[in-house]
Design a binder for this molecule. Structure first.
Ligand SMILES: [Zn+2]
Ligand SMILES: [Zn+2]
Length: 382
């Protein structure tokens, strides 16, 4: 491990360069801000902390420059500190700089790593993306990498919107504004509202950050690996807690939610875990027997329908439906629905006679009776 590389600085970096690099990287890689890549972030955060601990101490830095370190993770001269303690020391125990003023000690919102929870931060509302997949994807399950645009805290100002925080003139640094209002003779109501210039923080930056123009955030592309489990359904959601938009360091990052949509299939209709397959059959085939052959998610299903196939009748095939999510080896059923297509042509007289011989008919042409309504009122069958 190269401490300089870890902090992305040159060998001759000044003390303030090191500080800046640590500030930027530790905020960027803080595990609480990277729930979508927690393992990677925790590891990276540890390495950044270790690098900072060595390079920020002139004595340790000198030793490191001369000797390097014997083993991975073995720091020159001295004990290794907890990355969280380094982070706390750096930011003065008050959390992200300036962001948590008036919220007491500890690092609010850093519950999972720092204070054991208890602090409640407001959370940014979730970002929701709809992802559409064909039914095959829901049948087999799949891992997909998806990229979406996320609002992230600006690294240039750590989400503060600018440099050199100064007391807000609008609210005299209180974060709120009090107003008196007459509500009747001799009756005064005192109204207190959040200062909108500093958003209730009491501090505003002297100079806007040039990277985000004071917006505190910027849009970035972020990739997520989503796992569609076999048997998932239209409307199911995959949630990355805190993986969504950031707004302000005093707010908890919103969730990133992927809403799964099943593309309409021209082959199947899905009802729960059961599948319905529409099989078109010609009238002739429905009378003399028919080979059913279908490619069912890569599997060939073949069987013979011997008897008469009634229109809209169904053949049920056990366990060839959708996989039941979370129940390994369990499947719904597959229904083959027969759609009998009747011919359009009118039969010749001899053909009609033949049919009458095969199939019993209630009426023949000879039995035709005069009709009681006008021909023009007869609308063709639909
Ligand atoms: Zn900025
Ligand atoms: Zn203010």
């Amino acid at each position: 491990m190269d401490y300089y590389k870890e902090l992305e600085i040159e060998k001759d970096a000044s003390e303030s360069d090191i500080k800046k690099a640590y500030r930027r990287l530790s905020l960027e890689w803080h595990p609480d801000r990277n729930p979508h890549r927690l393992e990677e972030a925790t590891e990276k955060f540890k390495r950044i902390s270790e690098s900072y601990q060595v390079l920020s101490d002139p004595e340790k830095r000198e030793k490191y420059d001369m000797f390097g370190h014997a083993e991975e993770g073995q720091m020159p001269g001295g004990q290794q500190m907890d990355p969280n303690d380094i982070f706390k020391m750096f930011f003065g125990g008050g959390g992200f700089p300036g962001g948590f003023s008036g919220m007491g000690g500890g690092i609010p919102g850093m519950g999972s790593l720092f204070t054991g929870g208890g602090m409640h931060r407001q959370k940014v509302s979730a970002k929701l993306d709809v992802l559409e997949f064909p039914i095959e994807t829901f049948y087999t399950g799949a891992k997909k990498k998806v990229t979406t645009r996320i609002q992230e805290l600006c690294g240039g100002c750590n989400g503060m919107g600018g440099m050199n925080m100064k007391s807000c003139a609008n609210c005299q640094g209180n974060g709120f504004i009090q107003q008196m209002r007459m509500i009747g003779p001799g009756m005064v109501q005192r109204i207190q509202s959040n200062c909108d210039r500093c958003q209730g923080k009491g501090k505003i930056p002297e100079k806007n950050c040039h990277e985000c123009q004071g917006n505190k955030v910027k849009m970035v592309s972020r990739s997520f690996t989503i796992e569609i489990e076999a048997g998932m359904k239209d409307g199911d959601r995959i949630v990355f807690q805190g993986g969504g938009n950031a707004m302000d360091p005093s707010f908890e990052n919103g969730d990133m939610i992927f809403h799964l949509k099943e593309k309409k299939s021209d082959k199947y209709e899905r009802k729960g875990d059961d599948l319905y397959y529409m099989q078109n059959i010609l009238l002739g085939d429905s009378l003399v027997g028919y080979w059913i052959e279908l490619d069912h998610f890569g599997e060939k299903i073949q069987y013979y329908e011997e008897g008469i196939i009634q229109p809209n009748s169904m053949r049920r095939i056990r366990k060839k439906g959708m996989p039941v999510r979370g129940e390994n080896g369990h499947f719904g059923d597959l229904y083959i629905v027969y759609k009998v297509k009747y011919p359009n042509q009118v039969l010749k007289t001899e053909q009609k006679e033949e049919i009458r011989e095969i199939f019993p008919c209630l009426q023949g042409e000879r039995d035709q009776k005069p009709i009681s309504i006008k021909n023009s009122d007869l609308i063709s069958p639909q």
